[in-house]
Design a protein around this ligand. Sequence first.
Ligand code: ADP
Ligand code: ZN
Length: 721
Amino acid sequence: MSRARVLLLNPALGPLDYRVPRGMEVEPGSIVVAPLGPRQLTGVVWEPEHMPSDAEVGDNRLRNLLAVYDAPALKAELRRLIEWTANYYLAPPAAVLRMALSSSSALEGGRTVLEYRATGLVPDRLTPQRAQALERIGDRQGLIRELALIAGVSDAVIRGLCKAGAIEPIEVALDTPFAPPDPDHAPPELTEEQVAAADRFVAAVEAKSFQPFLLDGVTGSGKTEVYFEAIAAALRAGRQSLVLLPEIALTEPFLRRFAARFGELPVAWHSGLRQSQRRRAWRAIASGDAKVVVGARSALFLPYSNLGLIVVDEAHESSFKQEDGVQYHARDTAVMRGRFEDIPVILASATPAIETRHQVELGRYEEVKLPARFGGAQLPDIAAIDLLQDPPPRGHWLAPTLVNAIEETLERGEQALLFLNRRGYAPLTLCRHCGHRFQCPNCTAWLVEHRLIHRLQCHHCGLIAKPPELCPECKAEDSLVACGPGVERIADEVAALFPDAPRAIVTSDTIWSPAKAAEFVARMEANEISIVIGTQLVTKGYHFPNLTLVGVVDADLGLSGGDLRAAERTFQQIAQVAGRAGRGTKPGRVFVQTHEVNAPVIQALVSGDAESFYAAETEARLEAGAPPFGRMAAIIVSSENAQAALETARLIGKTAPHIEDMHVFGPAPAPLAMLRGRHRHRLLVHARRSLDVQDVIRDWLGSLDWPNSVRVAVDVDPYSF
Ligand code: ADP
Ligand code: ZN
């Protein structure tokens, strides 16, 4: 090849052609360095027929490629996925490519990673914990966190061993392979139902052909144990597995269970990695040395050399939908990757999305069910507390029935969890005198009081302000009042009611790293916490056998002002948090505080009749022509210039093509009419399933011009509609 088409890592650019200098070998997928003006950019060689160029350049005007990276070429399967993602989500291909190359930090940077290993020296003070740690670590090497996970001790124990000279840091070369997990290390004895489910997955992994599965099992039924068998099958076949988790805080319990089952850790991929670690993981993924990878959604685009299985755990979670940059849905894109790689994809959930259930009904996804909890544990009873009949005392948020239940739980030495999906102390602060409300200057949002750190904070743009002493409007003193509860306020109420019960607040403010999550899990397991007050961060994944009571502080929160997905989202959230109760031998109880006991979603939760709830919701979607029956796309027009944003939104609205079975609503102010100082308008495109909406939108927007200050982003299959 003397001429190569290259997709550069710059989303503003289309593909460009270069000359391949004599002696340089490139093929489609090769990762290269190319000149652009005075700069050098990383890019990937593409088949010209897959990546049309809009400017054909004559051979004599081509510039030379500068170098080829010493890394495997991106496989055709991954290149097809990148093209599909760019097409489907109307994103620049280079922006998708960036996720595969992890910008280009995966290619550049240091040559070693700092790890730790035992020196063989026995410390003077050999506590049983230290002895256990040294024995389990053996001749392994890894990060402090990883050694702690393998040894089943805290990070502090490993650090202590470092101080004592029993463990030392070493520089590890980037191409050092990760220790492979052992499929036969400690397989569990599966129940009959679990065996049936696992067999189905194992057969699919062995067959190595595309098949999406919905692993639909109640909370605590052993979904993880079952898909571990699929991973074991992939390991035996010498193929890689990828497990996507919705939340990096959840990787912690996952890693521990994985290490217990397979004797080694999987390779973790998330935003907390240092550059050298990222680079080592990327290389191991590309070479095939990383046998099992667990990560957040971005791990989906990595260049696996021989992927054999993808698992999306908690597949209903909204965090699989990326909301900025390339607005893709990792669950749906995972299924597409499975299709290009021709491998099985397992979507695991106790509360599958209506879209996923619909795929099962259409026969496209195969459903595998685990209807019962493991070990005879019962699903907890869910009861509604009618806040109109059984109200909390004035200025309080917990109804007497719930307070009694907490008391009984504490008396039995068991643990309770209170769920409220609101960070901070209070969602709104206002002045009692003049009614002034504290609003974010950059966003259509109230500033949230965080009392623990004594700050007001905008949860949308991150703005942080000191709470003032006086009302900035009327200058009244001591006139500011907090309205409504956040988790910190509930924690205060709990402290007043049960002063001796140790509490923990679990939100992204307190659990912001895997190490923090590990600390929380350890304290729960040691029974050092009696009452957890948490946001959606505590609703999933955790398994605490002594946790027997769950209280949902405000079930109405997600229902008000809601879109078509509001009831489904509320159902999933409450069913998931309820699923934290009674997972061991002790039965669990759940109380749901609401003003709307008769709302269908509350009734469904109380009666346990998920099927008729789903049926009714699905029917409502069908009638509205909403997804999964119709297609939606949101066009968000934003600018710091209010006039420019409005005019562009109107222009887009006026030029909407007239197509049968396609309707365009708006423009209207977007749900956040102002965000980070940008004025936002939204148009909603609603069409029949069979219409190629992307094509229509591409042509439509492609024919228009707008000022440079305006950004137009398309959200295909938006999460809220
Ligand atoms: P899910 O993912 O469906 O919520 P888990 O896989 O977390 O369920 O299982 C719940 C608990 O039951 C976990 O502690 C798990 O280790 C345990 N468990 C499930 N199946 C088995 C089994 N066959 N043998 C031993 N423990 C099991
Ligand atoms: Zn803001």
